[in-house]
Write a protein that binds this ligand. Sequence first.
Ligand SMILES: Cc1cc2nc3c(=O)[nH]c(=O)nc-3n(C[C@H](O)[C@H](O)[C@H](O)COP(=O)(O)OP(=O)(O)OC[C@H]3O[C@@H](n4cnc5c(N)ncnc54)[C@H](O)[C@@H]3O)c2cc1C
Length: 301
Amino acid sequence: MYPRAFRYERAKSLDHAIELLAKYKEDVRPLAGGMSLIPLAKLRLVSPQCIVDIGRLEELKGIKEQKDFLEIGALTTNTEILESSWLGEKFHLLLDTAKEIGDVQVRNRGTIGGNLAQADSSTDWPATMVALRAKLVSKGPRGEKVHEIDSFYSDQYTTALEADELLTHIRIPKPGSYSAGASHVKLERRKGDYAIGIVSAQLEVDGDGKVTSAGIGIGAVGITAVRGTKVEELLNGKKVDDAVLASVPGAARASLEGSDILSDIKAPAVYRLDVIGTLASRCVGEAYHMAVSRKSARSER
Ligand SMILES: Cc1cc2nc3c(=O)[nH]c(=O)nc-3n(C[C@H](O)[C@H](O)[C@H](O)COP(=O)(O)OP(=O)(O)OC[C@H]3O[C@@H](n4cnc5c(N)ncnc54)[C@H](O)[C@@H]3O)c2cc1C
């Protein structure tokens, strides 16, 4: 199916993009990689009067290490993240997540900002940003805003962004502790299907191997990505042995209490809740193993 007719505007600068969004505010969508917007428009699930192409805005591209955080431009593609192998030392979770996304075309065209703005809880980046305690920076006619990831999503396909605001950058705090490890795991029925469970973990440990900071993001189960609060509480201050790992599935499910759980043709709610426990345990085990191996390598130097 063809999309309904729309006006196409190409933004020449960030300020120009915001001007255009404000002009068509009631019925406008920014276009980044188009991996979600174009299929949705073709299916006529969205039919904006105007599409503002932001794809050439250099100020929204690239990855920079700042003093206290890593800053990723919203238009940075999954492939550009994957090709930044230097991220592996401190921000391994970004590489682990980017490699899980779609196929080559989706990784080449899809942007991290488009993925986060799409607010589909079955995609990979929202859970990872929860684990990393990211802040999302937006700009609109009323200036710049910094959103905590935990309050950025309110529902499926719904964010704190207003129609005339653009997500511009993602800020990720630098790990502070002795050694950090990460893992991102998901379950799809077939490669390329929508995930039916995602867990992302970022763990920091001290010289004794005790967890000093745990960040756990859970996706594809709730209508938004959810913080694995109970898992974080369980891990903090402990060495992760078999007994702790055995408690992770229950803690993951407890973290989802009070959340609306997805239940659809891909998987009923009860199955998603079962799956998420197993994924959480595997994810925490892998992240802890990485943190402790890096700690050992460091103390041998
Ligand atoms: C075949 C296929 C497989 C896929 N597999 C996966 C997968 O395994 N894991 C996964 O996570 N995702 C997957 N996706 C989803 C894909 O990653 C997202 O569709 C994509 O990343 C969205 O980014 P984009 O740059 O293409 O955004 P677009 O499609 O251009 O935009 C998406 C939405 O965000 C808005 N938007 C875009 N940029 C901004 C901005 N800077 N500020 C404000 N609003 C903005 C647009 O208006 C639109 O509403 C898949 C998609 C396809 C088609």
